[in-house]
Write a protein that binds this ligand. Structure first.
Ligand code: AMP
Ligand code: GLY
Length: 425
């Protein structure tokens, strides 16, 4: 088979690595890819948003399966373009990717189908949002831009003044562009966060092993929100009881609700959950693998990813027995100092060769490129260093050993990825 992967981050590197293990595959392309991905794939200089060009490429090169890694093309309808041209593609259509593309849509869906989530109201008018906020006694309160905002469209406001400023930013100043035309005001929840990724074929859902992300830039969950500074898998807080609850009240009900709405979902549903005192609730849905969740989940998956993805496309996921290793993995993101605000790029990276032939250690490239035969930094998140271990403690020890193998002058990381593990002795 020939496979085309669309995207260029650490997630797509983890997908490419996984696809490369499939005995069914003899050629991988990635558009646009990055320096790490080029180890397994021929990188193609087409951007993820050039749908027709990508479809032309898939046609011309007789690609058997295209895998969409990123949210923007999915929400923009890339799958519809491929399907209209008779090309096999893994990911939800536009009318299903809206599960991630519109928070107002996903909140209304959850309300309609009694799927547990935070209480909320949707607004498409700043005046009404402000009037509503002035009647609210409970702070903090959460404001969310409806559309895609690179994970930055969520504001947690501690006072009415902060909330008023938030409405101004989202709805008036359009800090997140048209993503802020509609806004969700949501009850603030507390609890442990867990990410559960799943394969879905329109009717059947198979969940993957759990993971936990660390979204804030600095140690101790301080600083700004980022795309994610590190992950571990599995989450020890995701117990059998939690899993049973979520299967019954969240996972299958979400898939059934989408089918019922005439928006059958095929692809990945990523459930962002909060384990509150009142039970697990949905924080958000994503329509693709998490980044850097994929970097800890995929190395632990035993199945042939291509076989599972084909089953999703063909509607035969019920025949797949999804299996994960009985171990753990930790991913520490190496970022550029200053991320997520301002940072230098083009800095030489040393030590990548240390990962060669090291069983259970992976260096997934997020923002890198090849420049004059030297791999240099090319983004805020640069690399995701993943290590496996018999348990979470060992995996964390291994990951923090492996980050020492890499050097670039503005290397920045969190030192407490997976620290929560210590709480569950
Ligand atoms: P989201 O993009 O919806 O996942 O939100 C980003 C982050 O904001 C989440 O990972 C949470 O840490 C936080 N967050 C979102 N919604 C809420 C909420 N209702 N209560 C508390 N924290 C939230
Ligand atoms: N790591 C969170 C996300 O991919 O949205």
């Amino acid at each position: 088979m020939k496979v085309l992967i669309v995207g260029s981050g650490g997630r797509e590197h983890a997908i490419a690595w996984s696809v490369a293990k499939s005995p069914k595959v003899d050629k991988i392309y990635c558009a646009p890819g990055n320096a790490g991905i080029s180890e397994y794939a021929e990188c193609v200089d087409i951007s993820a948003m050039e749908f027709e060009k990508l479809a032309d490429f898939a046609e011309q090169h007789k690609v058997d399966l295209t895998i969409i890694g990123m949210d923007d093309p999915l929400v923009g309808g890339i799958v519809d373009v491929f399907e209209e041209r008779g090309l096999k593609v893994f990911g939800p259509r536009k009318n299903a990717a809206i599960l991630e593309g519109s928070k107002a849509f996903s909140k209304d869906l959850m309300k309609k189908y009694n799927i547990p989530t935070a209480a909320y109201e949707n607004f498409d008018n700043a005046e009404e949002a402000l009037a509503y906020l002035r009647t609210q006694a409970g702070f903090p309160i959460v404001l969310k831009a409806d559309g895609l905002a690179l994970g930055k469209g969520v504001l947690i406001c501690n006072t009415l003044e902060e909330a008023e400023a938030g409405v101004q930013q989202i709805m008036e100043d359009k800090k997140f562009g048209s993503a802020g035309n509609t806004m969700v005001v949501e009850e603030f929840m507390t609890g442990r966060e867990v990410s559960v990724l799943s394969f879905v074929d329109g009717k059947t859902i198979k969940t993957m092993t759990s993971a936990q992300d660390h979204k804030r830039a600095q140690d101790g969950d301080q600083g700004l929100n980022t795309g994610g500074m590190g992950t571990f898998s599995p989450s020890p807080f995701y117990t059998k009881e939690v899993d049973e609850f979520c299967r019954k009240y969240i996972y299958q009900p979400t898939v059934d609700a989408m089918a019922e709405e005439g928006r059958p979902f095929k692809g990945i549903i990523f459930f962002g959950l909060m384990l509150t005192e009142d039970g697990p609730k949905v924080l958000e849905y994503n329509a693709r693998f998490g980044d850097p969740e994929a970097q800890v989940v995929l190395p632990r998956m035993k199945n042939d990813i291509v076989e599972v993805m084909e089953a999703c496309v063909d509607g035969t996921l019920d025949q797949i027995d999804l299996q994960f290793e009985e171990n753990a993995a930790v991913c520490v993101v190496l970022a550029s100092e200053g991320y997520p605000v301002q940072y230098e790029k083009g800095i030489p990276i040393y030590g990548l060769e240390n990962f060669k032939d090291k069983e259970g250690f992976y260096c997934f490239h997020a923002g890198t490129k090849l420049q004059d035969n030297q791999i240099v930094t090319n983004g805020g998140r640069v690399l995701g260093v993943t290590a496996k271990g018999a348990d979470l403690k060992e995996a964390r020890k291994n990951a923090y050993e492996a980050v020492k193998w890499i050097d670039f002058s503005n290397k920045y990381m969190r030192h407490d990825i997976g620290k929560a593990i210590d709480e569950v002795e």
